[in-house]
Design a protein around this ligand. Sequence first.
Ligand SMILES: Nc1ncnc2c1ncn2[C@@H]1O[C@H](COP(=O)(O)OP(=O)(O)OP(=O)(O)O)[C@@H](O)[C@H]1O
Length: 250
Amino acid sequence: METRDLVVERGGRAVLHGVSTTFAPGWTAIVGPNGAGKSTLLRSLAGLHGAKRGQIRLDGRSLDGWRPAERARRIAWLDQQGEAGGELTARDIVALGRLPHLGLFGAPSAADADAVGRAMALTECEAWADRRLHELSGGERQRVLLARALAVEAPVLLLDEPTTHLDPPHQVALVRLLQKLGAEGRTVVSVLHDLPLALLADRIVVMAEGRVRAAGPRDDPALHAVLGEVFLGAVRIERVGSAWIAVPQP
Ligand SMILES: Nc1ncnc2c1ncn2[C@@H]1O[C@H](COP(=O)(O)OP(=O)(O)OP(=O)(O)O)[C@@H](O)[C@H]1O
């Protein structure tokens, strides 16, 4: 998936200024300061913001040319904002992830039920399958919404702040899952504020002021230098064993 010279406006003002970047199969983390345009870029990839100029291409075709149902089968999306969920149970909400796969009057098949079960197992939310979203804690709710995105079983998975409200074991489990999905050839793109977690992604895109300032593998020293710059010297990226960590600077 790629963007070409993408300009997106919000509130009548350009907030993405000609973004050209490629999201290859694997896990990419988008990082950058508040207001950098990370969510706007992710929402644009999901087809939720029209472009003022430029293009988003998937499998070599402009996203504008995809039929909505086809796009919904190919691109799964988790929003940062969460949602209320009304009277639907957690299982009902995860099952919504299968809607793009059903025909107009189609009933869910055994394969759809299997996909729902798999997704709920991956985020460990079976225990509250019959409860409603507003009866769950923040982390429990987030795991249900993650499961809905996973249930689509789409080749492209776009996640805005997926670790929100998750405790450390579930953050680590999610990171391992994103690494695994990426290794299987899915294109996983997540916006993350948590730099130590982002530094576990295959590839990192650094944004600031509506532009991509750097993009590359997690161990690219030039990218680490740009991270230091965009966060105003508040962190330095250092190697510990085989991992990279963000060390707060005094
Ligand atoms: N609904 C809106 N109307 C007008 N401007 C908006 C709207 N939503 C976001 N913006 C502006 O667009 C710019 C990019 O916002 P965006 O949410 O993409 O940033 P972000 O990098 O995801 O930020 P954060 O890290 O704070 O979540 C910001 O300047 C923001 O003020």
